[in-house]
Design a protein around this ligand. Structure first.
Ligand code: SF4
Ligand code: SF4
Length: 204
């Protein structure tokens, strides 16, 4: 079994356990509430809890710092092709505008595969189709040659708690430390949607 499959199998098992425990907790709370209190619980109380957990995820990120390996400058990944990004940028999408003005598409996958064999292998094993880009401003010693003017997408990286990070990224510890919280947020969101629908149908 390869490394990524093993990771995902463990993740799925952990998610199942968390899902069941969150489901039991929410169901238990609902059982104690009067009918006219349930809507407030689903829309206000659970939302407050989710926001608190999201805040914790961001706060934990602040305990980690960039190790300046340069990997995210030399290999940026997008689910969108250069053409799709240009279209999005022309429609006013700020992220696409910044991305396309920062990163240049690799001509093919040979160069990123040469530079990042393990990461490229993990990305491919994940099954997600992706497009690969690089920034021309990164120096040979992994510094940003235009640091003061770097865009927000660089300042905020990594801001996605579920993105597959480069194996050399010093934020991997952040991902590991928030895994349980992220899975809990996801479970709460899914379960709340289920109960909202049941409430609307008059089943609870
Ligand atoms: S602008 Fe600077 S920080 Fe951003 S990707 Fe390029 S080299 Fe890296
Ligand atoms: S991959 Fe992580 S450690 Fe490396 S330069 Fe980017 S943010 Fe910093």
């Amino acid at each position: 079994m390869n490394e990524l499959k093993e990771h995902y199998t463990k993740l799925v098992q952990q998610y199942r356990q968390i899902f069941v425990s969150v489901l039991n907790a929410i169901q238990g709370e609902i059982n104690l509430l009067k009918h006219d209190e349930i809507e407030n619980y689903l829309n206000v109380e659970i939302e407050k809890h989710i926001k608190l957990q999201k805040k914790l995820v961001i706060e934990r990120r602040n305990s980690f710092h960039c190790g300046m390996c340069g990997a995210c400058c030399r290999l940026a990944i997008s689910e969108f092709s250069p053409t799709a990004l240009l279209e999005k940028a022309s429609r006013g999408d700020k992220f696409a505008q910044e991305f396309i003005s920062t990163f240049t598409p690799y001509e093919d996958e040979k160069e990123p595969e040469k530079q990042f064999p393990l990461y490229m292998q993990l990305l491919k094993e994940s099954g997600e189709h992706a497009y690969y880009y690089y920034c021309k401003k990164v120096t040979d010693d992994n510094k940003c040659s235009d640091y003061e003017n770097r865009p927000s997408i660089c300042k905020d990286y990594p801001d996605n708690p579920i993105q597959l990070l480069h194996p050399t990224c010093s934020y991997i510890g952040w991902h590991e430390s928030i895994q349980k919280i992220v899975l809990t947020i996801r479970a709460m969101t899914e379960i709340r949607e289920h109960f909202r629908k049941e409430f609307e149908k008059g089943n609870i």
